[in-house]
Design a binder for this molecule. Sequence first.
Ligand SMILES: Cc1ncc(COP(=O)(O)O)c(C=O)c1O
Length: 417
Amino acid sequence: MSFEAQSFLSSVAHRLRASEIRELLKLLDHPEMISFAGGLPNPAAFPRDAIQEVVGHVMTSHAAEALQYGPTEGHHRLRRAIAGGMGARYGAPQEVDNILITTGSQQALSLLAQIVLDPGDSVFTANPTYLGALLTFNAASSRVEGIACDEQGLIPEALERRIDELAAAGARAKLLYLVPTFDNPTGVTMPEDRRRRVYEIACERELLIAEDDPYGLLRYDGKNVPLLKSIDTEGRVAYLGTFSKILAPGFRVGWLAADPLLIRKAVLAKQAQDLCTTTFSQYCIFEIIHDNALFPHIERIKSIYRAKRDLMLRAAERMLPREVRFSRPEGGLFLWVELPPELDALALLPKAMDRGVAYVIGRPFFTDDSGRNTFRMNFSYASDDRIEEGVRRLAEVIAAALEDSRAIERPDRIGIF
Ligand SMILES: Cc1ncc(COP(=O)(O)O)c(C=O)c1O
């Protein structure tokens, strides 16, 4: 008998499917392709010299510890620096015991899901929301309840309505997952009054909030909005932070700032996953913070990304057909585009890629199969000169598709009759 790997798969493994986005991204390797698809920082924005210097320093001064296993909770001095930084930078001061260093914030979310959610438990998310969160909740066998959004993010009344509906059916959701600042995929930032209302609802209806915040420090203009974590007076908000977008994702260092019991349980769950986050990365990042080099670096990348966002917005305003709507984010890495409802972003993608430009379709970010006419454009990765060219090509593809769809609606225009 031959070996049949399929027959060994768990029910979770059966549910895991390659995302459409990841499959499409494989086609982006072509050097001529102008990619607005990924969510990647620009390699030119990595502080190579500073990193080279700290790597040298860590190797000469801390090699014995930095090359060793470390505590599951994380490098103590880094935890202390993060706890202090959350107070100084975010108005959300933490004790060291509230901080767990994780392998990227993706692991923080996965640990949180593991210690909070039983199979079949419901999780509220914005609709649309970050695809990686949907993958995590799918792997945790959770039921995802996508809540309607407007241009200010998740709509509190829609959340309350859904909580009532679930309660009437004898069900309860435990977790509300949000990317309230410069959302992925929409770029939207939830204003302060709405944050306060959402927090109130979470208190009244006994929800734990997961505030995922990879982009919060990448603000290019406008006023800072307080974190949910800084509004929180009860430890109800579990905050997910990361160095991926402000330093380099290759370090794979993020953190969870949460109630000490959640941290203790997450530590135990993490021991079963990877024992500890890469010690070497943690030492390097600590040294960068200790040298006061992190925030000047963030200012530098903000000026790079602000210019790229402006280039993309100006090109979109000038070139995209009038019927196309797009967000104007004050920070983060993404523009969100809404085509007229008769256009399908997936059907358009091969045509765009034939013209050498790529985006990520919006539909996989939705929890209910809607959003066929939406897509996400990343502005951080492409070089400045290619941003305008990419938008020009995209505008031509969309204009041609609009022309076609009108011709189908009004066949007389093409003289069939
Ligand atoms: C909203 C959101 N959360 C989490 C992550 C994962 O970040 P990390 O590299 O820290 O795992 C991303 C990455 O793009 C993201 O956009």
